[in-house]
Structure formats: structure tokens, C-alpha cells
Design a protein around this ligand. Structure first.
Ligand SMILES: [Ca+2]
Ligand SMILES: [Ca+2]
Ligand SMILES: [Ca+2]
Length: 310
């Protein structure tokens, strides 16, 4: 028993040492290969997009599978409240083809006209405060009555194109299940989801300009009629715009950074997973060996005496 405890303790120490070495190595690698990225992080707010582990189905009006949050394989970032009591967060992940975005409007419990979510993408991350460039995109998901719509506009260098409900490849943003909005059963609040081609929103860039806005504003609020309740608005990053910013004039030079990490959430990154599997194998092997040695084999001798292994 004492020997088993020593082995398990030794394995635990190995786990700590190996994971510590792994994390330290990742820090060194990150510091040595991404000096430019580090300097940007100091200036701009950054959202980390992680590699997708849990598939996301758009159009089914759910963000869970058997009560598991489909989005627990990436991290959420809080938006900054601009007005009222809106609290919201945004999470991004991606696979080989698509970028997936979920905006969770935490305090918004009911769908109403005026619920609105917008995203901005600047793939070349060279946005200006005035004219949208040809790589820039603006996507809006909004409720009118009991139906939601989703439109996209692209920069022309002089202005935005007119709103369209289709991607450049012809797919319809709603009918082809590239966007979705609903009240989540597990979170009890309004959700906005997007599935957008990487070729459209990021190209091969690992860091792009990115911004988000969400509103829970009853339409009558805009008409001067006292609202049934007061909603609010929120945006990311801080300073991107405010409630006075006109709908198509948000300054793209104030966008934050969306960073495609190349790995799932850090604690489940490939190197950590390999380390963890190796450690688990070591522990299992240790326990099995210990149990084998504890098994005593007894034999009956020629003179009816018993002898047992130790
Ligand atoms: Ca879904
Ligand atoms: Ca609402
Ligand atoms: Ca641009």
C-alpha cells in the first residue's frame, strides 16, 4: 500500500511538472513568434477565437445539446454597456471553413421589434474612420414583429453596398441557416448566432478588425412614445461607437482585434491534451502494476502445505 501511494504521488508530481513545462514552453513560443501581436494586444481589446470542438447547428433555435452549452469550447467576452441595462457577451470559434459567432443578450428575456445585433469585420485590419474599404463587411440580425432578418453590406471604397440578405456566393443568410436568433432554453435570454465563411470575413489573416453591437430597444422608444420597458444597447470594443453613431458610420479604425488562436481553449490545446493522455496512461499503468503485485498466488505443495507469493 505504501509503495502504491509513493507511485501515485510520484505520478502527481510528474503531472504538475509536465504541465508546468508545457505552459512555460507555450509562453516562450508565443513571446518569441508573435511580438507584433503582443504589441497590438496592449493597444486594442482582443477576442480570442478558438478552434471549434462542439459543432454548431444554426436554424434549430438552440445553443445546447442535451443541456450542454454548444459554446463551452470557447470563451465569452463582455460587451460594454452604452445605454440602459443591457448586459451581453460574445463568443467566437471557427473550423476550416467557417467562423461562428454567438452574441448572448443576457438581460433581454423576450424577443421584440427593435432587438438588433450587428457585427463588423475588417479582414485586412486597416479600417479608417470614414470610408469602408473593399475588404470590410457589416452584418446585421434584427427582429421585426415575430420574424427576424439578416442582412449584409460590403465596403466599396466609397461607401457601403446596399443591404442584401445573401452572401456573395448566393446563399441566403436566414433560409440557408447562416444566422439564427431565439430565446435560449438554457440561458433564458435572447441569442444571436452567425455562421460565416472564413474566406469572406477573415481570409487567411490570423488577426482581423472586429466589432459588435447589440440592442434591446422597443421600437416605440424611437418614436417618442413612452416604452413599455426601457432596454438598452451595448458594444465592443469600448470606444468603437456610441448611441449617437449613425447606423452606417461606425468608425472602423476603432475596431478591436479578433485573433484566431489555432487551438481549442488553452487548457485543452493539442500539446496539453497529449501531455494529459501520457500522464493518465502513466497513472493507470502504475495502479495496474501495483494491483498485480498485491495479488498473492498460493500453491499446494506435495505435503499438503500451502505456499504463497509475496
Ligand atoms: Ca443551434
Ligand atoms: Ca428584447
Ligand atoms: Ca479594411
Amino acid at each position: 500500500m505504501q509503495l502504491a501511494r509513493i507511485r501515485i504521488l510520484t505520478s502527481a508530481i510528474m503531472i504538475a511538472a509536465m504541465i508546468g513545462c508545457s505552459l512555460f514552453t507555450q509562453m516562450l513560443v508565443g513571446a518569441s513568434t508573435e511580438p507584433e501581436q503582443t504589441s497590438k494586444i496592449l493597444v486594442k481589446e482582443t477576442i480570442q477565437a478558438h478552434v471549434l470542438l462542439n459543432p454548431v447547428i444554426l436554424g434549430d433555435h438552440k445553443d445546447d445539446y442535451l443541456d450542454w452549452d454548444n459554446w463551452n469550447d470557447t470563451r465569452a467576452t463582455l460587451l460594454h454597456t452604452l445605454e440602459g441595462n443591457v448586459s451581453a457577451d460574445i463568443a467566437v470559434k471557427y473550423d476550416d471553413k467557417d467562423v461562428y459567432v454567438r452574441v448572448k443578450s443576457v438581460n433581454d428575456k423576450t424577443i421584440n421589434s427593435g432587438d438588433d445585433c450587428r457585427l463588423w469585420f475588417d479582414p485586412l485590419h486597416n479600417g479608417t474612420s470614414k470610408l469602408p474599404q473593399t475588404d470590410d463587411l457589416w452584418i446585421g440580425l434584427f427582429w421585426v414583429g415575430e420574424r427576424f432578418g439578416c442582412n449584409i453590406a460590403r465596403g466599396t471604397g466609397l461607401d457601403w453596398t446596399s443591404w442584401t440578405d445573401k452572401l456573395p456566393d448566393g446563399r441566403d443568410l436566414v433560409r440557408d441557416r447562416l444566422s439564427d436568433s431565439y430565446v435560449s432554453l438554457i440561458h433564458g435570454c435572447v441569442i444571436y448566432e452567425f455562421k460565416l465563411p472564413r474566406s469572406l470575413v477573415s481570409g487567411s489573416s490570423l488577426t482581423i478588425g472586429f466589432g459588435a453591437y447589440v440592442a434591446d430597444m422597443p421600437l416605440e422608444y424611437f418614436g417618442g412614445v413612452p416604452p413599455r420597458y426601457r432596454g438598452g444597447t451595448a458594444a465592443w470594443p469600448e470606444g468603437f461607437g456610441d448611441n449617437q453613431t449613425k447606423k452606417n458610420e461606425w468608425p472602423l479604425n476603432n475596431l478591436g482585434i479578433l485573433h484566431f488562436t489555432g487551438v481549442p481553449i488553452p487548457e485543452l490545446g493539442p500539446s496539453a491534451l497529449m501531455m494529459l493522455s501520457g500522464v493518465i496512461l502513466t497513472m493507470v499503468t502504475s495502479v495496474v502494476r501495483t494491483r498485480r503485485r498485491k495479488t498473492r498466488v498460493c500453491c499446494r505443495g506435495a505435503f499438503a502445505t500451502w505456499s504463497c507469493s509475496r
